[in-house]
Write a protein that binds this ligand. Sequence first.
Ligand code: XMP
Length: 505
Amino acid sequence: MILVVNFGGQYAHLITRRIRDIGVYAEIIPYTEISPSTIEEKKPKALILSGGPSSVYEPSAPKIGSWILEMDIPVLGICYGFQLIAHMMGGEVRRSKGEYGPTKVKVLEREGLFAGWGEEELVWMSHSDHIARVPEGFVVTALSENGYVAAFRHEEKPIYGVQFHPEVKHTPKGKLLLENFAAMSRAEKNWSPERMVQLIDEYLRRELADCKSILSAVSGGVDSTVATVLVSRIAGDRLTSIFVNHGLLRKDEEKEVLNLLRGLGINPIYVNASEEFLFALKGVEDCETKRKIIGEKFVEVFSRALEGRRFDCLVQGTLYPDVIESGGEVGADRIKSHHNVAALPEWLEAKVVEPLRYLYKDEVRSLARHLGLPDWVAERHPFPGPGLGVRIIGEVTEDKLRIVREASAIVEGVLRERGLYSKAWQAFAVVGDDRWVGVKGDARVEGYIVTVRIVESEDAMTADWLKLPPDVLNEIARRITSEIPEVTMVTYSITTKPPSTIEPC
Ligand code: XMP
């Protein structure tokens, strides 16, 4: 494997993902945890030092021991990691005027790390410090258009550094550079769905060994479904799964999910608590209050359905970024109170088992295909725990619920018919209380406004609206207004995240 040492860089996860895309297994580790014993345990074939927000010359800047550069494995420093190598080896790093976004570099050595690169290439920069003096024993291998050192390598040891970000898509030859580096490391290219299953099975055999009864709350989403299927293969009849319908599911979702799960040999306890949830939400307009009510109701329904049965292990579909980042966001502002299975009854007191804790979302999707789950599950867009409840602005009324459900089905349906569904991270409709005067069949109608939100994203941290062809948008708008009589206006959301969020509340 290749170990990515994280210095707090925005793109550190992307480095790991790109290396895995190449077929080499990579893990990310905070710089505070790197020690000779972790190296001994993980036996990496190479190290990548990530970017980060600090300046190496500040006393509080994150540092690691210089022993890291004395091992006989390739090391690649990216941005902050590059400057850290320079600093540790006796070079000098200083504040500069900064380079941000697409920048041209002149490649001085088109071999090794830069094999396959042209003499001049575009790269993505994001830094305000530069290497003012290259340490002894290093040669400069690329220069930026502003005359700054854009890359170097040690004359004898396999130590490399680049100022730009090869991991972002805006560096067109970035993946090639990472491939060149991975090839130098001689790390095996064995990262595949088969290997993922092998790793997960080992983890589950270990973790489930002393579990007598295991609970999995499943929603039919790709994460919880894949996690449950993987656990059921190892746990057999020790596993109980439960699927709660809170009345805020998408069109036909309850039937589809039950059919799917039963087809997979998972017979969940099914609780239809729609009426109870919708009753609890009557008259409630504030979104955070809605989230809170749905979360609490969920625990209540759950507790009742399980009738106080004890489970000593609980399955969750937590993904790798959440495992790595849990606890890492001290002082971060709470933007939304996410509700998911974490809000389970306290009396469960169960050990949490997370079979997907090593994986990224796209890997879970490929695992779903490998396990033979239908494409519609593998490709399914994320759906928030409180469901359509957060896609209705203001009170959840029967009318608005019907409108948002029908409109979302049209949005998803059109994208699927046009083969565009998996281009979108999420695609849905939103409805609020604002009205727009329309004319239908010669009569004045004060109808609802439906907002369509279709975004592309890599991890939901940032998102951009999908630039769909006008005729697709036209079809969506036309179908919504003609198939849902109460709607007189359809708008398309064109705000990125940030400053917006993906869901309306
Ligand atoms: P926002 O709206 O904050 O959403 O940009 C980011 C991602 O999180 C999903 N989301 C949720 N997921 N429970 C969940 O499990 C929730 O309460 C919840 N709220 C938002 C959202 O769909 C998007 O993918």
